[in-house]
Ligand binder design. Structure first.
Ligand code: HPA
Length: 238
């Protein structure tokens, strides 16, 4: 018999990314913390009839947290019985085919943070979950980009030279999170995938650099696509 209370997915919401209230039911708050730059709340809810553990507002290096604190959500998800994780984040787009508001599934990454200390593993991003996410996007009529994510500790945005460097080395998006959780989650044998919401386009000669407020605002608008996909994706999980 299927256990209806088993957590089908641990969902980590990146900066500004929102879950629409009409999509979730039976919300049960586990914790709320007003510290650092982002409100951090953890709750259980039901989406598409499945139990989902949601982490809204993760911890970042730039808020002063360390590796153990940043990956505590992953450890908690494991303790609560989750086996699948979807990490989301807000990211700057480097690929010239990307537009603001696009979703990009991360297929590989470059860790520019360095010194992350997790057990090396063979598998990071799960191919079965990736296929399910792709299919959910097709079903929802949402365009999905795919690519390589460069991870920095932040909170400063890229300089012109950093943008040039990343474009030269064919990175597709840049952000300040996710890779520590991917490495930690993979070491703990989770099936995981990660998706970036492209909140701004990084160009070498752009006059106004990205800023926190506009990133949050665009992520909130781009949440619509994610909200279309999530029930379709989650309904395929056990
Ligand atoms: N750079 C790094 N992190 C980000 C960006 C960016 O342009 N946009 C959202 N997060």
């Amino acid at each position: 018999m299927l256990n209806n209370n088993k957590i089908a997915l641990a969902l980590i919401l990146g900066s500004g990314i929102e879950l629409y209230s009409d999509m979730i039911s039976d919300k049960r708050i586990i914790s709320r913390e007003y510290k650092g730059v982002h409100l951090k709340s953890i709750f259980l809810c039901r989406i598409a009839g499945k139990e989902v553990l949601v982490f809204k507002g993760r911890k970042h290096f730039y808020e002063g947290y360390n590796e153990k604190e940043i990956t505590a959500n992953i450890v908690l998800a494991g303790e609560m019985g989750a086996e699948n994780i979807l990490l989301t984040n807000a990211a700057g787009g480097l690929n010239e085919n990307f537009s603001e508001g696009d979703l990009m599934m991360i297929t590989s990454h470059i860790n520019f943070i360095g010194k992350l200390n997790f057990k090396p593993v063979n598998k990071l991003y799960d191919k079965v979950l990736q296929d399910r996410f792709r299919n959910s996007c097709i079903e929802a009529g949402v365009k999905l980009q795919e690519g390589t994510y460069g991870c920095y500790s932040g909170p400063t945005y890229e300089t012109k030279a950093e943008v040039r460097f990343q474009k030269k080395f064919k990175l597709d998006a840049a952000g300040m999170s996710t890779v520590p959780e991917v490495l930690s989650g993979a070491a703990l044998n989770f099936n995981l995938i990660a998706v970036s919401v492209i909140t701004n386009i990084l160009k070498e000669n752009i006059s106004v650099p990205a800023n926190h407020e506009s990133v949050i605002n665009t992520a909130a608008k781009a949440s619509e696509s994610l909200n279309k996909i999530l029930p379709l994706f989650i309904s395929q999980l056990n």
